[in-house]
Structure formats: structure tokens, C-alpha cells
Ligand binder design. Structure first.
Ligand SMILES: NC(=O)c1ccc[n+]([C@@H]2O[C@H](COP(=O)([O-])OP(=O)(O)OC[C@H]3O[C@@H](n4cnc5c(N)ncnc54)[C@H](OP(=O)(O)O)[C@@H]3O)[C@@H](O)[C@H]2O)c1
Length: 320
């Protein structure tokens, strides 16, 4: 089968199309003949060497959707030919991929493979951030960095559904349709001043920061007294060394949390089917807006380069 593999850490050029044997599902696993594969920023972190425990060579890709074409021992409730969407640590950028059976979820008939493949990492992260990590209710003022990205689009719809006041930070106007009450272009205006103005001078109750780097200091500045900054990514690199000092000196009783979807998948596996269902319902009803850009599997390297250069405003889906 064809797969896109990395055999060394590096730039997009290390993603190479290769011929590999089809993987065999062990006990508790299913194999899926992929119809659509989601690209996540996580895949870029893996390729750059920012994810611990990466063993090379490896096939990146955590999100894939297709038809079950082999079933391992002891798997119940899944049948050959079932349309499923899966989340797995790696192995997605391939014609066939393995997943643990509990993380292979049936796709409703009305949803396309491409829409389904957009959901796992980005959608589940957004779902658990909005519904589990910090209390968010009607009227909670929530800033989301990278609001036009995949996680950001899911969050816009999910925040609107609970009646929160979503404030999306973007480098373009692309998040307008994603459900945010306010969209702030951080390249055009100072985002800290804008958030303070939009919240009557208070700052936001919650800031979801997946960009980090210099943005992290701004997250601390724009959160309200007693508020929470959730750090769940570092698209722009680690927070600067002075961030801890800035936090301690702020004297504003700010909480800083980290969030990792992988931990939730271990501790709350039973919540995953319900979360997927909520994402499917949101996409089908239109309350979640997530435009897709569909490219061939062999174009994975180009897709990575464009995402890193902040040139995409759509969820990139690879077609094997
Ligand atoms: N902790 C977890 O479990 C978890 C799970 C899923 C995702 N994440 C993190 O969440 C973030 C978003 O993931 P995603 O898959 O939604 O990504 P994505 O769709 O590729 O979106 C990334 C967005 O980040 C923004 N950005 C700002 N500074 C950037 C920079 N220096 N380089 C690249 N992009 C930059 C861009 O928006 P603007 O140009 O508008 O700023 C871009 O739209 C990533 O950092 C990812 O690692 C974490």
C-alpha cells in the first residue's frame, strides 16, 4: 500500500511517499481502508521532533475515516465494511491504517468521509475544552487564539451552542463564519486592548491559547482577574522564559492549565462516542462551520508547508 512516511526529523521535505506492507490488526484492533485523512498541527509537531516517544521511521497522521476491511481478535460490535472514523497515535497517512476498536466510531450516513476525518483530534479537543476543562456557560467570555484553524472553527460553533461570548483571534477575517461573537485580527490591532474593550475593561474569563510563544504573555494580559488561561499548543514555540515571572507578578489570581487530548482519551474513553456524536450533529446541522481543502495523499508535504506558513484557512484533508 502507499503511505507517506518520515524517516528523519525535519521540514516538510522529510515526508516521503513509500510502498509499505498492509498492517495486520492485532487483538482489539481494526484495519480501515481509508477514504479521507485529516491533517493536524500535531502531525507537524511530530515531524519537527516536538513530540516525545516518536520512533522512526513512522507514518504520521492521527485522523482517518474509511471502511473497516480487517478485524482483530476479540473485537465486538464492528463489522467488515462499516464506515468508521478513527483516532490513533500515528499511521494515518496511508491507504490502510490500524485503530483500537473503541476509537473507531461509526459515521452517520449523511456525513461524508471527509467531514468525519476532520473531527477526531481537532473536534474532540475543542469539545473537551468547551465541555470539560473549565466551566463555560451562557455569557462566559472566552478568547480563542488561532480561531480560524481547525480546533478554532470547532470551538466557535461549540461556544455559540452554550451561549458563551466567543472572541476569536486571527491573522485574517476567516473566522467570521465560525460562530464567534467577535473576531479580532491581531495583525491589525493590539489584541490585548481589543479584548479589554470588548469585555468592558475586565478581560476574558477564559483564554484558550494554542499558539504560545510571544502570544502567551498576551494571554496573561488579556485574561480577567480570577480567570483561566488554558495552554494546549505551541504553534509559535514555547512560552518565553519570562512568562512564569509575568504570571506570578500579575497578582490577579490567574489559573494556568495545560490540556492534552491524549490524556483525556486514556482517562475518559467512555466520553468519546458522545463527543463524536455532538460533533457529527454540529456539522450536519451547520452549527459547526469547518471548510475543507481536499488534496491527494502524495501532497502531504506541501500541505504541511502551507499550514506552517499560516496560509491555510481550511481543514486540510488528504485523499488516498
Ligand atoms: N493539546 C492537545 O491535545 C491539542 C490537540 C489538538 C490541537 N492542539 C494544538 O492546537 C493548535 C491548533 O491545531 P489545529 O490542528 O487546529 O491547527 P491548524 O488548523 O493548522 O491551525 C493553526 C492556526 O494557528 C495559527 N497560528 C498562529 N501562529 C502560528 C504560527 N507561528 N505557526 C502556525 N500557525 C500559527 C494560524 O491562524 P492565524 O494565522 O489566524 O493566527 C492557524 O490557522 C496547534 O498548536 C495544535 O498543536 C493541541
Amino acid at each position: 500500500m502507499k503511505a507517506v512516511q518520515i524517516s528523519r526529523i525535519g521540514g516538510p521535505e522529510v515526508l516521503e511517499t513509500v510502498e509499505l506492507p498492509e498492517p495486520a490488526p492485532g487483538p482489539g484492533f481494526v484495519r480501515v481502508a481509508n477514504r479521507a485523512i485529516g491533517v493536524n498541527f500535531h502531525d507537524i509537531n511530530v515531524r519537527r521532533g516536538d513530540e516525545p516517544n516518536t520512533v522512526l521511521p513512522m507514518v504520521p497522521g492521527a485522523d482517518f475515516a474509511g471502511l473497516v476491511d480487517a478485524i482483530g481478535e476479540g473485537v465486538e460490535g464492528i463489522h467488515l465494511g462499516d464506515p468508521v472514523v478513527c483516532i490513533h497515535m500515528h499511521g494515518g497517512y496511508a491507504e490502510k491504517s490500524l485503530a483500537m476498536a473503541p476509537l473507531a466510531v461509526l459515521i452517520p450516513e449523511a456525513l461524508s468521509f471527509e467531514q468525519a476525518a476532520a473531527c477526531p483530534v481537532a473536534g474532540l479537543t475543542a469539545y473537551f475544552l468547551v465541555h470539560q476543562v473549565v466551566p463555560i456557560h451562557r455569557g462566559t467570555r472566552v478568547v480563542v487564539h488561532a480561531a480560524a484553524g481547525s480546533v478554532g472553527c470547532f470551538m466557535g460553533g461549540l461556544l455559540r451552542a452554550v451561549g458563551a461570548v466567543g472572541i476569536g483571534l486571527v491573522s485574517s477575517e476567516a473566522a467570521r463564519s465560525a460562530g464567534y461573537v467577535h473576531v479580532v485580527n491581531y495583525r491589525a490591532v493590539d489584541p490585548v486592548t481589543a479584548v479589554r474593550e470588548l469585555t468592558g475593561g475586565d478581560g476574558a474569563d477564559v483564554v484558550f491559547d494554542s499558539v504560545a510563544g510571544p502570544a502567551f504573555g498576551r494571554s496573561i494580559e488579556m485574561v480577567a482577574t480570577g480567570g483561566t488561561v488554558v495552554l494546549f499548543g505551541r504553534a509559535a514555540g514555547d512560552p518565553p522564559l519570562g512568562a512564569l515571572d509575568q504570571w506570578l507578578r500579575s497578582r490577579r489570581n490567574i489559573s494556568i492549565l495545560t490540556y492534552f487530548l491524549g490524556t483525556t482519551l486514556q482517562t475518559h474513553l467512555d466520553a468519546v462516542p458522545g463527543a463524536f456524536q455532538a460533533l457529527f450533529d454540529g456539522l450536519l446541522s451547520g452549527s459547526i462551520w469547518l471548510p475543507l481543502e481536499i488534496v491527494p495523499l502524495a501532497a502531504a508535504a506541501r500541505a504541511h508547508a502551507r499550514i506552517e506558513a499560516q496560509q491555510t484557512v481550511r481543514k486540510v484533508i488528504l485523499k488516498p
